[in-house]
Design a protein around this ligand. Structure first.
Ligand SMILES: [Zn+2]
Length: 79
């Protein structure tokens, strides 16, 4: 779970980029913190580098493939 202390340093943004699922190893669309929708594992990823690959962490067969979701973006994003 990502956390913060001072709310004035973060802005709530109701943008569709936060609703999308991103496949492992694809180019990071926005620099920031991503959460695996299947198990809650969190990573930081930066544009210009891929999101962590499928073997980044282990899932049970029931959990299936990793799906990354942007939860905190570094900087302002379009959309
Ligand atoms: Zn996971």
């Amino acid at each position: 779970m990502a956390e913060y202390k001072y709310a004035q340093f973060l802005t709530h943004a109701n943008k569709s980029a936060y609703d999308q699922g991103y496949h492992p190893s694809t180019n990071t669309p926005y620099s920031g913190i991503y959460r695996c929708t299947k198990c809650g594992h969190e990573v930081t990823s930066v544009t210009g580098y891929p999101l962590p690959p499928q073997n980044h962490h282990q899932h049970t067969p029931a959990q299936g493939a990793i799906v990354w979701q942007l939860i905190v973006a570094h900087g302002w994003i379009q959309g």
